[in-house]
Design a protein around this ligand. Structure first.
Ligand SMILES: NC(=O)c1ccc[n+]([C@@H]2O[C@H](COP(=O)([O-])OP(=O)(O)OC[C@H]3O[C@@H](n4cnc5c(N)ncnc54)[C@H](OP(=O)(O)O)[C@@H]3O)[C@@H](O)[C@H]2O)c1
Length: 272
């Protein structure tokens, strides 16, 4: 897809972070962009900051709610007559050890699965007939945690493995229909995701355990995603650390177990 001028792009979770950067960059490229989020203040801020005259529609929709996803897809089709690119970006994270919250962690992990996996399932399913018609592109915003389970992020890792497995299967199902299915895997990217991540009790942790300044920016991440979609890549794995983790885990999983443990733990305590 060389030019996105007048193409219709549906990006879930475009009111903050990576999704917001994707929205702004696609608007600058002349695309029609529809996005969603749950927080009305962030929706109004995005609408206010979009360039005047650009084709942006922001809906209040929760991707973990099936009928919200149906409404979202219907709205895009009513407005623009079809969909060229679906980017399943909306996602939340969590942080907690299963052994420390073996009861409270169950609803936390279910919630993460509902947003990250079910959201991708619903939006992809409702949009698929239109993407077949347009020979469009389906994208999952996964993570390095979709290749390598990360401690303290068991539910998040499960959700991203699920997204990748689902999309890989769909890719093979629709390959002869001209639909391109891909997923992208950001490494650590500065955003609000760690602040809003659910702790073992299901509360937003409100702080980040990592140095956000040392991370890839959300803008740089969006650049790589847009280039990957334009080049119809199979996957895009981002950051040196991310690529190294995926490579080592594939060929040296035992060593990677030890390296990941060393990265996340100090004196037996989860510190990241
Ligand atoms: N940042 C990283 O280090 C990183 C690394 C790897 C992968 N990723 C992935 O990249 C994607 C974007 O993450 P981010 O870092 O940009 O996060 P973020 O800054 O927290 O932004 C998340 C966006 O998704 C929306 N959202 C969350 N839950 C939603 C729901 N149930 N329904 C609709 N919208 C929802 C949020 O708006 P509301 O809260 O208002 O709904 C917000 O607009 C996620 O899938 C994440 O897993 C991020």
């Amino acid at each position: 897809m060389n030019s996105v001028q007048n193409k219709t792009i549906l990006i879930t979770g475009g009111t903050d972070g990576i999704g917001r950067e994707l929205v702004m960059q696609y608007l600058a490229l002349g695309a029609n962009v529809v996005t969603c989020g749950r927080n009305q203040t962030k929706i109004l801020e995005l609408e206010a900051e979009a360039p005047k005259g650009s084709n942006l529609c922001v809906l209040n929709a929760d991707v973990s709610v099936e009928k919200d996803c149906q409404r979202l897809v219907d709205a895009v089709v009513n407005m623009y007559g079809g969909i060229d690119v679906l980017i399943n970006n909306a996602g939340i994270s969590m942080r907690g050890l299963l052994e420390e919250g073996s009861r409270t962690m169950i609803p936390v992990i279910k919630k993460v699965m509902e947003v990250n996996f079910n959201g991708t399932l619903y939006c992809t399913s409702f949009a698929l007939p239109y993407l077949i018609k347009s020979k469009g592109v389906i994208v999952g915003v996964s993570s390095i945690a979709g290749y390598r389970g990360l401690p303290g992020r068991s539910g998040y890792s499960a959700s991203k493995f699920a997204v990748q497995g689902f999309l890989e299967a769909i890719k093979t199902e629709v390959v002869d229909k001209g639909v391109h299915v891909m997923w992208v895997s950001p490494g650590f990217t500065a955003s609000r995701i760690r602040f809003s991540a659910l702790d073992k009790e299901g509360n937003q942790q409100g702080a980040t355990p990592m140095d956000e300044h040392k991370m890839m920016s959300a803008g740089a991440c969006a650049d790589l995603i847009i280039a990957g979609i334009a080049g119809k890549k199979r996957t895009v794995v981002m950051t040196f650390q991310g690529k190294q983790t995926v490579f080592l885990n594939k060929f040296f999983p035992g060593l990677t177990d030890r390296l990941v443990r060393m990265f996340y733990f100090r004196n037996g305590k989860l510190v990241k």
